[in-house]
Design a protein around this ligand. Structure first.
Ligand SMILES: [Zn+2]
Length: 466
């Protein structure tokens, strides 16, 4: 059995929304109280109050009804969150990581968790527990919870980008297969995690899978351009430090948060689709072990200049995590292996190749040609977990390649759903960030970078046609 969490949006009326946010704010108050108590104790040079039991005693001493509609189990979940964060930081500090911080920051809204038995799940509806004496809080879910009700262990109410969500955690059994049809531990596939192809997989018998992430990259790019354009449009109205923002400014901020949240959800959804394609393919191929090249060494490089943003957007840790989670659920083992040199060594003559610019890898020594990511995945498959860079077994080069695209639902990825951030009418235009438009010498440029354009409305997109 493994624990898995699904995030489900809530459909709430104005009144329900007010009550839900009331719960989150009350949880923020609980959090603030714990910080306050510990601040006093620190001033008196007392030991901090961090144990869950001690904190619970303190809470019950404060009496019922202190935290509005938040019930005691909900309040205790905040104490649990604090206690876990505190001890995690303490452990890291003991291990010598001085950058680990104890929880010291107040937060307006803190997620609240309730365990099995305190809430009621009924199809598309859920009853969120509230303090005794208050009316029951039933809210509608945007979709069915993807787990059977009896497997659900806890629910967590949270707010992301101004929207309410419920994280539903369930205990899910690992997949069981009929004898002779399950994943075979002797069948190993190599996985190369990358930018253009989130997953390139090379399996036994020359079978391979290539998951394209171009839609995800386009989403990143469109979002970045859109955010920049919005920011440029409203920068003049931004409140000075210490100044209170206008109502109009606050509305703009709320909109920006909503857009940011949607962007993150879209990318995450596409990454999950990509990982699901890999695991589905692996089950089909009866692959029992996935060797994943660990590219996190790349991220340990001193903060680089050129690839900084790209690497951050790459979100490699998450791609690894998602794949591991789904593979475990399907009964497939994941091992991390050293991936150094896999994309710069020729698989046939084992000589170093200068890093190719495109996707095709061509060896100048033996004229070998292949797909760069798939070749890397094929040599990752032969690496031993924990072992060095030796490649003892022969590399099986991919012959049959299956192609999958991640993020097919994303706007702009298909013809049926155009991206509203792109100008309408299918006109090929480039974005303003490409620099000032090429104009004949002498003509006035109304939209030159750095100049202020007084007629621009907030959020208005700035596209320059070349
Ligand atoms: Zn070669």
């Amino acid at each position: 059995m493994v624990h898995r969490t699904a995030r489900v949006a809530l459909r709430v009326t104005a009144g329900q929304r007010r009550r839900c946010f009331g719960l989150l704010r009350s949880a923020g108050d609980v959090w603030a109280c714990v910080l306050e108590v510990n601040a006093w104790r620190r001033r008196r040079h007392d030991a901090p109050l961090a144990g869950y039991q001690e904190l619970c005693r303190e809470l019950s001493a404060s009496g019922a009804g202190t935290f509005a509609e938040l019930d005691s189990t909900g309040a205790r979940s905040v104490l649990r969150r604090f206690s876990d964060a505190w001890f995690a930081a303490a452990k890291q500090r003991r291990a010598g990581d001085a950058s680990a911080r104890f929880p010291r920051r107040r937060r307006g809204l803190v997620p609240v968790r309730w365990y099995h038995g305190t809430f009621t799940l009924d199809g598309h509806r859920v009853r969120i527990p509230t303090a005794r004496g208050t009316t029951a809080l039933w809210v509608r879910l945007a979709r069915q919870v993807p787990y059977p009700v009896e497997q659900v262990r806890s629910i967590t109410l949270l707010c992301e980008g101004g929207r309410l969500f419920l994280d539903v955690t369930a205990e899910v059994p690992v997949a069981v297969y009929p004898p002779g049809e399950g994943p075979d531990p002797a069948r190993v596939a190599g996985v190369d995690i990358g930018i253009i192809h989130p997953y390139a997989v090379a399996g036994p018998g020359g079978q391979a899978l290539l998951v394209s992430g171009r839609a995800i990259r386009a989403e990143h790019r469109m979002h970045l351009a859109d955010t920049k354009a919005r920011h440029r449009a409203v920068a003049r109205r931004a409140p000075k430090p210490g100044q209170r923002g206008s109502r109009r400014w606050r509305r703009y901020r709320a909109r920006a948060r909503a857009v940011e949240g949607r962007h993150r959800r879209r990318v995450r959804q596409a990454q999950h689709e990509a990982a699901r394609a890999v695991v589905g393919w692996a089950v089909e191929q009866r692959v029992g072990v996935l060797h994943v090249g660990d590219p996190r060494g790349v991220l340990d490089l001193p903060a680089g200049r050129r690839h900084n943003l790209r690497l951050r957007q790459w979100q490699i840790g998450r791609l690894l995590q998602i794949l591991t989670d789904k593979a475990t659920l399907a009964g497939i083992t994941v091992h991390l292996v050293d991936e150094r040199g896999t994309s710069s060594t020729c698989p046939t003559c084992r000589q170093r190749i200068p890093k190719p610019r495109g996707r095709t890898l061509t060896c100048p020594h033996c004229q070998f040609t292949g797909h760069r990511d798939l070749v890397a995945a094929a040599s990752i498959a032969t690496r031993i977990p924990g072992g060095g860079r030796t490649t003892p077994t022969a590399i099986v080069l991919p012959g049959m390649v299956t192609h999958r695209r991640a993020g097919r639902h994303l706007p702009g990825a298909g013809r049926s759903r155009p991206d509203p951030r792109r100008p309408p009418g299918g006109v090929r235009v480039k974005m303003a960030r490409c620099g000032p438009p090429h104009r004949p010498v002498g003509s006035r440029s109304p939209n030159k970078r750095g100049s202020t354009t007084p007629h621009r409305r907030p959020g208005e997109r700035q596209w320059t046609q070349h």
